[in-house]
Design a protein around this ligand. Sequence first.
Ligand code: CA2
Length: 148
Amino acid sequence: MKILVINGPNLNMLGIREPGIYGKSSFADLLLLLDTTAKELGVEIEQYQSNHEGNLVDKIQWAYGKMDGIVINPAAYTHTSVAILDALKAVSIPTVEVHISDVDSREPFRQISYAGIACCKTIKGHGLDGYREAIEYLVNMLDKSADA
Ligand code: CA2
């Protein structure tokens, strides 16, 4: 099973500022968590981070026919990008949206998610653990649909 994990703008700066909102862990810690999760669950994980909307759209399109599931934290583009929503709809790959912070308890503009419209689940406010939960959710879901 192949899972693509996509992170949007500024998430490569994790741990550098705003630890009260995003925690103290760095982006390198997140990559380590993804490696550990891949080994534990016996899945292949490809990770991609970009600060550019078009690159994120390109990577979603790239996943078509190659990846079984997507975990995406589009960061600020969550709240603005119809292009990312359309790309997720176009590839129609089961996708889980992750937010490190609890976006519902922050500014009103963070409570709107375009990408979330195309996702089968959203995990928010669980810190980096949310990525592991999202991968576990997809693996269980895809295993069940393979059995059916
Ligand atoms: O909670 C999340 O995961 C977010 O997707 C993070 C985005 C934010 O725009 C969303 O509303 C919620 C921001 C990521 C920026 O990360 C930073 C890392 C270090 C210092 C400052 C920001």
